[in-house]
Design a protein around this ligand. Sequence first.
Ligand code: GTP
Length: 367
Amino acid sequence: MKAVILVGGKGTRLYPLTCNTPKAMVPILNKPFLEHMICYLKKYDVLDIVLAMGYLPNSIKSYFGDGTEFGVKITYLVEEKPLGTGGALKNAEFLLNEPFFVFNGDVLTEIDLGDMVRLHRETNPRVTIALTPVDNPSLYGVVETDARNMVKRFVEKPGLHEATTNMINAGIYIIEPEILARIPASTFFMVERELFPPLLEEGQPISSYASDAYWIDIGTTEKYLKVHRDLLSREKLPSPCHGLDSHQYISIENSSGAYHEARIEGPVLVGKDCTLGKNVQIKGPAVLGERCEIGENAIVEGAIVWHDSKMGKSSMLKNCIIASNCHIGDDCRIPDGCIMGDNVAIGKGSRLTPQTKVWPGNYLYHS
Ligand code: GTP
């Protein structure tokens, strides 16, 4: 089966990380998010992939090429203006003449696609929607089903006491190609609102595949940190493409960098060619991208740092995200929830308040 992965969104909830980097290329354990998705699809022999793109497509194309290096075939479709989840599928209609998978391009999961296909074939619906449980259904669109797994009703953000189920749309579908005829061409169109509910009202069968397998979408910075914690904790390693193998608690990728008396408490992943100064402390879960430099006596705790970022002496990073090419001066404090976009410089001695976000290319000094 073919898979269409929707990677055209701007990812505004991940700003400032996604100002220059599409969500699909945001690194998870030092590999682009989409590479983890492709590894997952390969596990189920889904090797023919269509990427429906819009926002910043070139970095995705130049990394993945035609897909050969990653063991898949990739076809790229670029939207001139955002077409939404449905418009993007309509755009791919000429490539789709058999039932196909659709994935939101920000979902990391272990949902069993083989089982989902089996259920689709048994129930013979127009669409099968994967469902995943959440703790607080009132924040989501929930999907009510009957005893035969057929969808009965879509309920958008039910009140806390109104929700009859905690199962939400997991952003993974199997779709029969004929229903694409219902989507207008070159028009912004959302399948979740404009295709699935009307199909149901007409009495067309929509099946559901409920799964409690690991599932997360990396749509927000909190979830971006959480997915790293989950992957690094080794108990839940959803992607076959993670950077650590299950016996490594601390992974230092083959490196010409120096590690003078650094103290590293796992789970930690240190990318290639990093340099750690004397008495540096790295406390997991934490990740350093390639070629990072951490000055002496600095502390990195629970932080995710992208490639080529530098941190001065005696500085501290705690539960924060630092994108690529950042320069953090000596004796800085970057506390919980701070997010630095690419190419940010933080002046010596700066004390940031928690949750500070700095947009790419800015210089910040804050005492
Ligand atoms: P936010 O701006 O943070 O809401 O992120 P987003 O733009 O990615 O939107 P959302 O998370 O709701 O999108 C879910 C999935 O659909 C993501 O993988 C998006 O890349 C994708 N997507 C959203 N809009 C479009 C679009 O217009 N075209 C395409 N091809 N994909 C889209």
